[in-house]
Design a binder for this molecule. Sequence first.
Ligand code: AP5
Length: 216
Amino acid sequence: MRIVMLGAPGSGKGTQAQRLQKDFGLPQVSTGDLLRRAVADKTPLGLKAKAVMDAGELVSDDIVLGMIEERIGKPDAAHGFILDGYPRNGKQAQDLETVLKRRGVTIDAAVLMDVGFDILMKRLTGRRTCSKTGAVLNIYFSPPAELEACKKAGGELLQRDDDKEETIRNRLQVYQRQTAPLIEHYEQRGLLKTIPATGEVDAVYQRLTTELGLRR
Ligand code: AP5
């Protein structure tokens, strides 16, 4: 199955994609994670991308296209993948269609994680990533046991550089301007599945897997 995850920053794309990966073996392909790794490794691409990401703007279409082509060409993505954070504008949606056509495959579903803007700010300012396990957590919403488990595993709860209030505001505006029009793009192709994405993480996951027809 090949899935596109759409939704505003903080809507839970990464959280739910991690679960799908764990339960169904579909690799989570996150352009944000790939870019953050390049930044951490100080590669030429990472050095170029850092300032753009810190400002909450989109990195150039060519850079992310190269990353996506390389990642979905790996053996573990041969039978399916979850695109988390790609495409993010009309040009990227076209690029994706071209790449998939070359491979003779198509997207099966575009999932919209639907969350009101008022909730997103709290989710994003509260987000922390466990340095040891990579789990995406939240100081306001995660069960204390999950936050504690990170510390017990010897990890630290790290905040992303772009999860500062001012940058978040710009990321939300960029989403509205450049990414939200893709909702119509996928609706017109009959691929859109809208998931109400507020409430407990488990409840959202239940809705998502039901909508996608996935069973454990
Ligand atoms: P990226 O990493 O893709 O960030 P984003 O789209 O802004 O999305 P987020 O990761 O912030 O949110 P999410 O929806 O994954 O939510 P999460 O599950 O973490 O991109 C970062 C930057 O990289 C971009 O700004 C851009 O510069 C660049 N970039 C990336 N892709 C690009 C592309 N294609 N083109 C150009 N540039 C690109 O959840 C958020 C928080 O909420 C967590 O703390 C989580 O624990 C919590 N949470 C989740 N679900 C629930 C729930 N149901 N209830 C309570 N809390 C919840």
